[in-house]
Design a protein around this ligand. Structure first.
Ligand code: WT7
Length: 634
């Protein structure tokens, strides 16, 4: 039976059913998978502890559904098309059969290294097919993968390895990103100094540069794969066994490890990919994200492969060798469905249509957006110059914690509206509440976006710290999952996401906590305290504005700013570097010592006309001083 929705009336019907009979709705989708043993119970849940269990006691392996299942009829179909960073290197294709064999071989490699069900394995890799192979091999043997984006620093990598207690690290000698080469192994080695949990390191050869290899710890991917068998029995997993951990930033403390389950995530990735993009078997689907983020997990790897689709993996960046690279690849590979981020659209828009015009883009059928609110101008540019007004734009709202798309148009089905993520997908029950948690039942309202019922892809816990999961998502409004986003629902019931209302910033679609960046800045020997906020940035969506109190007077301000930026790059990642840094005599604090970020945000936006009530501040005078300092700086 097809689970693909093909008209708006059908969407309304299916949506009704998914709300009235969620168990029947989701089990009809679960039926279409391969199970080793059927589940006993579709759903058990509460949003208080919280505890959510989908398809309890079902037994399965997700890779049988991603790979083996397609080998009967589609073994020669292309699973992955890999487009390298450089334009002179050839495109590489892997059929479902080839991918399955590579996954089996690497599963045997991991087992030979002592990996067992439940072990955590860290992946710190370039965007090469071996990253996907490694992810799936972990899933095949029941090990929990923790992919760390290869743009993160040694410190961030080390922290994540330690938090998850990873036993094996899979990395590469280096990577190519635009005109740059990054020595990944050197960063990995630095991270390994910070941890003692890793027993083996597998190094994939990508750049061919000389890297030190530690005997009886470091192994070359190629050597280990040489004699590995192409058969590997899948580990039988429980529906609720964790599939992966993915770290993401929150409003407090260090990034937390979001844990996703096996069956629920699988069903949700499959269903949302099929419907939102209206997947057809001849599609060439390209999601431009990195596998290091949830978008890459769900819409480069799992969603497409569960549907038997052809998925594109691109190693490079949008502006190398020039700002026409995306459009060149679309024509070259005849991409039918394309999924990218507003920040990429804005930067390519700024480069001008001269970079688009040489390309036909006639293969495109659906174009998507994800990661941050898409502004009106970028939406129209995307519609006009890329979709040529023929392709629906699917503006998809979701989060690392939701596992898959939650609010989005279904391509060709849901009428789109610029900047609106439109309507909830079947099974998704959003509600808007005011700051006291009262439900805003009407349309044409603005409030805080929550979910009142579980969907299969929901976060199960934060690794090693369930209390943090409870605190973060389930205590703000008891009985609800709180997303952290502000949202508008218009007169037609369409949702428009406004942005985070907590201390989480969204810089070029990358999620960063203010506390995380502040902690990095505070490591500078001359810094006493800092506060950072996001501010509107033309390309990045949000930029980072840092207010810093120093111990002594700064002589060379440029040097100081460089030191701060270097420090943040080193501790977190270059993506977290503050755009603006201003040294201030003090910070606006309440009498209880809490920094009033609301005021700093206004100052950073350059909107000082209406700062609201500042009389409750410990020292209201400091606000004027900061405003003056910024004016001098300009
Ligand atoms: C936050 C989640 C989920 C994939 C990538 C980001 C923002 C995400 C949209 C959108 C407006 C969006 C939200 C959300 N966001 N998609 N279509 N429109 N805002 O995942 O790193 O977990 O970040 O990204 O603020 O809470 P993430």
């Amino acid at each position: 039976m097809s689970h693909k929705i093909s008209s708006l009336e059908q969407y309304r019907e299916v949506y009704q059913k998914s709300v009235q009979q969620p168990e029947a709705f989701w089990s009809s989708i679960a039926e279409s998978f391969e199970w080793e043993k059927r589940w006993d119970n579709v759903l058990k849940w509460n949003f208080i502890s919280p505890e959510v269990k989908w398809f309890s006691n079902g037994k399965l392996n997700i890779t049988e559904n991603c790979l083996d299942r397609h080998l009967v009829l589609d073994s020669d179909k292309t699973a992955i098309i890999w487009e390298p960073n450089g334009i002179n290197e050839p495109t590489r294709k892997l059929s479902y059969k080839e991918l399955a064999e590579e996954v089996n071989k690497f599963s045997n490699v991991l087992r030979d290294l002592g990996a067992e069900k439940g072990d955590r394995i860290c992946l710190y890799m370039p965007m090469v097919p071996e990253l996907t192979i490694a992810v799936l091999a972990c899933a095949r043997i029941g090990a929990i993968h923790s992919v760390v984006f290869a743009g993160f620093s040694a410190q961030s990598l080390g922290d994540r390895i330690n938090d998850a207690g990873c036993k094996i690290l899979i990395t590469a000698d280096g990577l190519f990103r635009g005109s740059k080469t990054v020595n990944l192994k050197a960063i990995a080695d630095e991270a390994l100094e910070l941890t003692s949990v890793i027993k083996s390191v597998v190094v994939f050869k990508r750049t061919g540069e000389d890297v030190p290899m530690l005997p009886s710890r470091d192994y070359w991917w190629g050597d280990l794969m040489e004699d590995a068998s192409i058969e590997a029995a899948p580990e039988i997993m429980d529906s609720e066994d964790p599939l992966f951990i993915l770290y993401t930033s929150g409003s407090t403390g260090k990034p937390k490890g979001v844990v996703h389950s096996t069956a629920g995530y699988m069903i949700y990735a499959y269903y949302t990919f099929l419907n939102v993009f209206q997947y057809e078997s001849e599609d060439i689907f390209w999601c431009t994200a990195d596998v290091g983020w949830i978008t890459g997990h769900t819409y480069i790897i799992y969603g497409p492969l569960l549907n038997g689709a052809t998925t594109v993996m691109f190693e490079g960046v949008p502006n190398f060798p020039d700002a026409g690279r995306f459009w060149a690849i679309i024509d070259k590979l005849q991409v039918t469905k394309f999924y990218t981020a507003p920040t990429a659209i804005r930067s390519l828009m700024a480069a001008g249509t001269d970079f688009v015009n040489p390309y036909k883009l006639s293969s495109l059928k659906v174009i998507g957006s994800v990661g941050e609110p898409i502004n009106e101008e970028a939406w129209h540019w995307y519609d006009e110059h890329i979709g040529k007004k023929r392709c629906p734009i699917v503006d998809t709202w979701w989060q690392t914690e939701t596992g898959g798309i939650m609010i989005a148009p279904i391509a060709h089905v849901t009428p789109t509206k610029p900047t609106f993520a439109t309507l909830p997908l079947p099974g998704v029950q959003p509600i808007l509440v005011d700051s006291e948690g009262n439900e805003l039942k009407e349309n044409d309202v603005e409030g805080l976006l929550c979910m009142k019922f579980p969907w299969p892809g929901i976060i199960r816990t934060t690794y090693g710290d369930h209390e943090r999961c409870r605190q973060n998502y389930f205590t703000t409004f008891p009985g609800l999952y709180f997303t952290g986003d502000g949202c508008r629902r218009d007169k037609d019931g369409y949702y428009r996401i406004i942005g985070r209302v907590d201390d989480v910033m969204n810089v070029s679609g990358h999620r960063l906590g203010t506390a995380e960046v502040e902690n990095a800045i505070d490591e500078h020997k001359n810094v006493i305290e800092s506060a950072v906020v996001g501010f509107p940035h033309e390309i990045k969506g949000q930029g980072i504005f840092a207010f810093v109190i120093t111990e002594s007077l700064i002589g060379d301000i440029t040097q100081f700013e460089n030191e701060i930026r270097d420090l943040v790059s080193k501790i977190i990642s270059p993506i977290a570097k503050p755009d603006k840094i201003v040294v201030v005599p003090g910070l606006p604090k309440t009498r209880s010592g809490k920094i009033m970020r609301r005021i700093l945000r206004k100052i950073a936006e350059g909107d000082t006309s209406n700062l609201g009530d500042i009389t409750t501040l410990l020292d209201p005078g400091v606000v004027d001083e900061i405003i003056q300092l910024i004016q001098i700086k300009k």
